[in-house]
Design a binder for this molecule. Sequence first.
Ligand code: NAP
Length: 483
Amino acid sequence: MRRKLRCVVVGAGMAGILAAIRLREAGFDDVTVYEKDARLGGTWRDNTYPGVACDVPSHLYSFSFSPNPGWSHDFSPGAEICRYLETVAERYDVARDVRFGTEVTAMAFEGGRWRIETSAGRDVADVVVAATGVLHQPSIPDIEGLDTFSGPVFHSARWDHGVRLEGSRLGVVGTGSSAVQITAAVVDQVRELHLFQRTAQWVLTVPNEPIDDVERTRLAADPAAMLALRADLSTFFEESFANAVVDASSPAMAHLEEACRTSLEEGVRDPVLRERLRPDYRAACKRLVVSPNFYDAMQRDNAHLVTERIARIEPEGVRTVDGELHYLDVLVLATGFRVDRFLRPMQVVGEGGIALDEVWAERPSAYLAVSVPGFPNLFLLNGPNGPVGNFSLIEVAELQMGYVLQLLEELAAGRAAMVSATRDAAERFEASRVEAAQRTVWVTGCSSWYLDDRGIPAAWPWTFDRFRAEMASPRLEDFDLVP
Ligand code: NAP
């Protein structure tokens, strides 16, 4: 007799869609996905700013079981990625399991099950898969006078499409991936673009070619070729980037740095502008920014790089510390996300009444990024300490889901009623992770969202092969399997 498990998935973005599909395929047919929004798509639904695209190649940023011969570009636009996710969800009829417009506000593990509170009522589950994303809660900067600005002001992930940019004086705060994509996309629409740079970024210039009809037809006719392309991209991405950044002294890292230097040297003609754009830390220490045309955009006559710190925001624009007022009509905050939130603000209470907020009071952590001791039958996709910054998060989530399904098999087969990582295993994992993090490029002297409150990278500090190997099968001795 197999135990029937009621499964709840939180979030219907890329990882939640994956979880719903995989759970059903594995025979778990009592699945509910809670999605607070009215649509699927997660980050690709929320981020609609001009120029939004993924900087992982499209054929790699696809589900292994649902390759897409129709990608329009090497790095396809966000709206196309969102449509792709919707198409996959339709193909697998995911929507039948989704409760749209329903936010999970709290859950507590009581009597061997998760008691769940949502904006629509209550539910009970044996298993919860948290697919709540990493970069989903906008970080609004605490800049004096922000609320006094007389024009529209909004975060990059909450783009106001009602605002006309044509002919406007636009200010963009930030120089991360979002700001760089926005700048390149709108510079030719606006009258003036002012980019407020607190820290210069390394930007790797990578062309983004359209994929022509001939290639799309060829891939559609030959699924094996498409899978081979995906595998090639995966190997290339892994060797040139993912494995480079976790070994700061590797030849691959030196090669990547050289490519970034070349992008800057060859991309920016004006030596003064070039120096103002030159970071004073190693490439990829902060999350590397990839763009086909950011440097071109910054050399337009109407583009202004502002490197003086922002003093405050006034009704008419941004005042920098040198006293200059930069007159603006529209202000965009491309200021990133609250990266330590994960499931929160959801109130999660584990065994013995302990709150996740307490366990994560200093910083979030999870054994192998998947399980938190004391929170049985709760599994995280793209949770803390995973390879968030250096690989296709789709492949990461697929590997994690395969791992989770093996743990669920322990429950379904009746070998355990509750499973969560042991404290000892989580502590060992964390200690070796912290040690390995010292070899990564992320600790070589920059501030970034990769670093936790101690200045230690929160991400997976090993190669992607190691991640694959870890995810291949759980070491059951690292789990409390309660009969
Ligand atoms: P981000 O990388 O965190 O960048 C935020 C920017 O805002 C930084 O330049 C930061 O400056 C600046 N900033 C924050 N607070 C500020 C303040 N008070 N005053 C002035 N500047 C301030 O955010 P993001 O660009 O949204 O990207 C977040 C992550 O999302 C990326 O790292 C990437 O993982 C992902 N992403 C990917 C893509 C893609 O695939 N192409 C696109 C967008 C986002 P400092 O550097 O000085 O802190």
